[in-house]
Ligand binder design. Sequence first.
Ligand code: NDP
Length: 436
Amino acid sequence: KQSSPAQTEFYQAAEEVLECLRPLFKRCPHYLEHNIIERIVEPERQIMFRICWVDDNGYAQVNKGYRVQFNSALGPYKGGLRFHPSVTSGTIKFLGFEQIFKNALTGLPIGGGKGGSNFDPKGKSNAEIMRFCQSFMTELYRHIGPTTDVPAGDIGVGAREVGYLYGQYKRMTGRYEGILTGKGLNWGGSIGRKEATGYGAVYFAQNMLKARSESIEGQTCLVSGAGNVAIYTIEKLLELGAKPITCSDSGGTLHDADGIDLEELKEVKRTSLEAYREQRPGAQYITADDYPENGHAVWHIKADIAFPCATQNELTATDAEALLKNGVTCISEGANMPSTADAVDRFLEAGIAYGPGKAANAGGVATSQLEMAQNSSMEQWPLEKVDEKLKAIMANIHQQCADTAAEFDEPTNLVLGANIAGFRRVADAMIDQGVV
Ligand code: NDP
C-alpha cells in the first residue's frame, strides 16, 4: 500500500483473496516458503501508453492506455479491455488480479491480464470510436499475440470496438490470427460468446439453487446494468421461466413489475432507459438522484434473486441489508467485484447462496478460450456444443468452489472456496515452473 497508495480497488480485491487464504497457508505452509504471496500480487508486466487520436472537429485528443499482464503460469494472458472515463491503472490492476483466479477456476489453460483506457465512448461518433481504436491498437499490437496475450471486451468494448481493433492489428502485422476474442461470427468469432457471461451467471445461480434443492423457475430477479452482461442475464432468465423485473444504467433504474420486455430494452438501452416507459407505461423509472443514501435503487425492490451486472462496488452494505430484509436468498455476480467488502460480509453472515464474480461470471472468459480453441483449429462449433461446454464449465466451477469450501469447514462460503481453489491451481503451476 505504501508503494502505490491510490490503488484502492486493487487492495480491496487483494485483501479479500489473502484473507481467504489464511486456512490454506496453515495447512500448506510451503506456499509461504515459496513466497507465493509476494510473487502473485505483483504483475509480471504493466504497460502504459499514450493514445492520440483526432476528433470530428479536427482537434488532437489524448487518452491513457493500459495493459496489465498479471500472471502467465497457466497460459497466455487473457482478460478484457475496458473503455470508461473512470479507468485508472488501479482499476486495471484490480481487474487483472481477479482475472488470474477466475481464469484458473475455469480449468482452462489461460493466464490473467486486463487492459483499457480512460476514453469515454459515450457521445462519440462512429468515426471517432474507430480512430480511437486504431490508435489504441497501434501501440497495443506489439504486446499481444495468439499464444502470448489475447484481450477481449469489457465495459465500453463490444463487437464494434473489437472489430476496429482487429482490423488495425491485421493491417499492422499482415496476420489474420486469434489475438482478440469476441470477434464477429463471420471473421473468427465464436457462436455464443456475446451471451456467455450473462448466461453463465444464470447457470451458476441454477447450480447454487440446485445444491439447496431449489429451482430458478418462477423466481423474481433483480438485475443491474443494461449492457452486454445484463441483457443476456435477462434473456436467459426469461428463457428459464424466471421473472427479471429491473435493469439500470448510470442514469437510473428501470422497474417493470410485469417482467422486463427484452426487445423493448434492447431498443432503448443505447439512448435512455426512461424511454422504455413510452411503450410500457406501467414501468417505473427512478433517476440516480433519487437513490437511497449510500445505495442503489435496484437493490431496494422486493425479489428472490439478485444479479449485479453493472460495475464494481455498485452494491453497498446498505443495499445488502435491504436485499436480505426483502428476502433475497441468492446472489450471482455478473459484474466484477460489484459488492463492497462490507456487503459481502453481510451475505456470508446471513448464509445465503452467494456466488462471487470471479466464479459466477467466468462463463465469458471460458467461452473466449473456446473461441481461441476454434481459431487455432480453424473450426467453428455450433451453438449447442458451445452452450453444453459453458453449462459444464459453470457446473464444474460451482462444484470446485463448494468442495473447497467444505474441505476448509465453511461449506456455504463460496468466496473462500473460489479463492482457495483458484489460488491453488496458479500457485502450484508457479512452484513447478521455478522462480521466474
Ligand atoms: P457494458 O459496457 O456492456 O455495460 C455496462 C453497463 O453497466 C451499462 O449499462 C452501464 O451504464 C452500466 N454501468 C456502468 N457503470 C455504472 C454505474 N456506476 N452505475 C450504474 N450503472 C453503471 O459492459 P459489460 O456488460 O460487458 O460489463 C458489465 C460488468 O461485467 C463489468 O463489471 C465487467 O467487468 C463484467 N464482466 C464482463 C464480461 C463480458 O464478457 N463482457 C465478462 C466478465 C465480467 P452506462 O452505459 O450508463 O454507463
